[in-house]
Design a protein around this ligand. Structure first.
Ligand code: GLU
Length: 319
């Protein structure tokens, strides 16, 4: 590669096997795939299976079946986070030695009671810093609480992060005030999402991340973790979520929008791709039988910058 050439895109599909795919997350995965493939980039598949009690048996198989139904493919993986626990633990230990992280014994209730600072969007209260500098190690924290502690990343006062998102635009965060010290290792002795996702994306050479914009504040946190690991952050693309007519994120009360259900109702992949195209600024000359048929009409600049409103099955259907 010449010093001025742009490295090939490496994007990823990172589903959590906590349930089946519904139209909202299927659309985000489809856009992540289209972004990578539209520049002849590669796609890595990672199963984010660390979320203990929320993981559903059979969900991974069901998601992979839905990906195949839509025509989403990948070049590497599936990798599973469960197989990388030793690597995550080594990172936590290195951060502990470098004093980037500290043990925390606060319960959710403690935090709600102590935190009065306003918070951004759907994020919970900002952690008030109660355990910062309190315990030298996990054992001394556990001696007080009787349970293994969580670990939080210390966000120094005055920390600013500016995310130059290719879809959402520029977002500036005062991370210490708006988001606070965040959990990188959970009480149940498992790596938390923020740590695992950054370690995995670095390990897989991911340089492009497209996902729902509910994770935009996490991009600000993850930027700090990339720095702590001396790695550069990927190109960020956060897309607006699919919402119901009440403006709220698509959920059960809006009806069953799982691909599984739609399929049982007789809708085809072509119907779902038609709807995804229509709400993503993709112009189709001929019906799409698989994701690859959307590539010709896909333009990043045409993805709507406002949430997509799901108005029921009537708007769906190509055949
Ligand atoms: N596993 C997350 C999900 O399925 C995605 C996390 C990410 O893209 O960073 O929503």
């Amino acid at each position: 590669m010449s010093p001025h050439s742009v490295p090939p895109v490496r994007g990823r599909l990172a589903p959590s096997p906590t349930g089946v795919l519904h139209l909202g997350n299927a659309r985000s995965f489809l856009l992540a795939w289209l972004e990578a493939r539209s520049s002849e980039g590669q796609v890595v598949l990672r199963i984010e299976d660390l979320d203990g009690p929320r993981i559903r048996s059979g969900a991974e198989e069901a998601i992979l079946e839905d990906f195949a139904w839509l025509g989403l493919d990948w070049d590497e993986g599936p990798f599973r986070q469960r197989d990388r626990i030793a690597e995550y633990r080594a990172v936590l230990e290195a951060w502990h030695r470098a004093a980037w992280v500290y043990p925390c014994i606060c319960t959710r209730r403690d935090i709600e009671a102590a935190a009065s600072a306003p918070h951004r969007g759907e994020e919970g209260p900002v952690y008030p810093g109660t355990c910062r500098g309190r315990f030298p190690d996990a054992a001394s924290a556990q001696a007080v609480s009787g349970k293994p502690p969580a670990w939080r990343f210390h966000v120094p006062s005055g920390t600013q992060v500016s995310i130059d998102d290719r879809i959402a635009g520029q977002s500036d965060f005062r991370v210490d005030e708006e988001l606070g010290d965040f959990v990188v290792w959970k009480k149940d002795d498992e790596a938390a999402y923020q740590l695992a996702v950054v370690v995995d994306d670095i390990r897989s050479g991911i340089n492009q991340v497209l996902r729902g914009d509910d994770l935009l504040p996490s991009a600000a946190r993850q930027e700090l973790l990339y720095k702590a690991l001396h790695a550069s952050a990927p190109e960020w693309l956060h897309v607006p979520l699919v919402v119901g007519t009440d403006g709220k994120r698509l959920a059960k009360r809006h009806g069953d929008t799982s691909l599984r259900h739609l399929r049982n109702e007789g809708y085809t992949a072509r119907d779902v791709l038609h709807w995804c195209a229509a709400v993503s600024g993709i112009v189709l000359d001929t019906p799409a039988n698989g994701a690859a048929d959307l590539l010709a009409g896909y333009r990043r600049a045409l993805i709507p910058r406002a949430p997509v409103v799901w108005q029921g099955l009537d708007g769906l259907g190509a055949s």
